[in-house]
Design a protein around this ligand. Structure first.
Ligand SMILES: NC(=O)c1ccc[n+]([C@@H]2O[C@H](COP(=O)([O-])OP(=O)(O)OC[C@H]3O[C@@H](n4cnc5c(N)ncnc54)[C@H](OP(=O)(O)O)[C@@H]3O)[C@@H](O)[C@H]2O)c1
Length: 245
């Protein structure tokens, strides 16, 4: 199936920011969207708002640190709509810090959400895509993985782990599956709220105020990749503010 209309698209981290904006954007273009995240109230609000605009959306509480939750999100989409065209592995956190600070719990959280969460998405959807003979993974990376700067080592490492996994997946996927990575720069979202170091959080919020682009810019780029013909695999997309060094 070419285009966006009629596709069933599951999105993790869809309760705010890039995931929510992408769900709205794709629903406006006729996709059926299945939203997953931990905050049920925010998911419900997004689903109600999409429905009020004539879109089709459902949601399921999903913690990507739990393999069974991610599997349930995929099963939920399959039960309701009989297929899954796209899984957007978007959930992520950024409790950044200098390595000297030894905030090992934060490192583990980033690995659990940003890396293992994506692997659980692959584990859930890949067998479904194989059975169907079609399917598209979209994994959210970051420009933090392209230009590595102090305080971002572990966050960048988590995103670059997914970059490597995505390229391996693409090579193993064969001719009928598609794999896209998208690396946003500064985007105006709630991501600073996941920063546990208050001075870095304040700085992150200042950076966002100074230069961040709206989440809709990332949603448009994801929609571009999804909307291509089946035999066109948009591999890597980088979208950053012009003002970002
Ligand atoms: N904003 C930026 O400047 C920027 C730049 C580059 C890359 N990114 C990446 O973009 C992605 C989306 O982030 P965002 O900027 O849109 O920030 P956001 O508004 O904070 O959204 C993050 C989403 O991830 C979800 N999430 C966090 N932990 C989760 C978990 N354990 N299980 C399921 N969902 C979880 C959050 O929902 P709940 O809290 O409800 O679970 C939320 O929906 C992330 O992967 C982030 O690394 C963002």
């Amino acid at each position: 199936m070419t285009g966006i209309a009629g596709k069933v698209i599951a999105i993790t981290g869809a309760s705010s920011g890039i995931g929510e904006a992408t769900a709205r954007h794709l629903a406006e273009r006729g996709a059926v969207v299945v939203l997953g995240a931990r905050r049920f109230d925010r998911l419900e609000m997004a689903v109600a708002s999409i429905a009020s605009q004539g879109g089709k959306a459902l949601c399921l509480v999903t913690d990507v640190r739990r393999r069974e939750d991610v599997a349930r999100l995929v099963e939920f989409a399959m039960d309701r709509y009989g297929k899954l065209d796209v899984l957007i592995n978007n959930a992520g956190i950024a409790p950044i810090s200098r390595l000297d600070d030894l905030r090992v719990d934060d490192w583990e959280d980033m690995i659990d959400v940003n890396v293992k969460g994506v692997l659980y998405g692959i584990a859930a959807a890949l067998p479904v895509f194989r059975r169907q003979g079609f399917g598209h993974f979209v994994n959210t990376l970051s420009t933090a993985g392209i230009k590595i700067v102090p305080t971002m080592a572990v966050y960048a490492g988590s995103k670059n782990a997914v970059r490597a996994i995505s390229e391996g997946l693409r090579q193993e996927a064969g001719p009928s599956l598609r794999v896209t990575t998208i690396s946003p720069g500064y985007v105006d979202t709630e991501l600073p709220s996941s920063m546990t170091d208050s001075s870095l959080r304040d700085q992150g919020e200042l950076n966002m105020k100074a230069m961040a682009i709206p989440a809709s810019a990332i949603a448009e780029a994801i929609a571009f990749a999804i909307g291509q013909p089946d035999n066109v695999d948009v591999g890597e997309i980088v979208v950053r503010p012009t003002a970002q060094a």
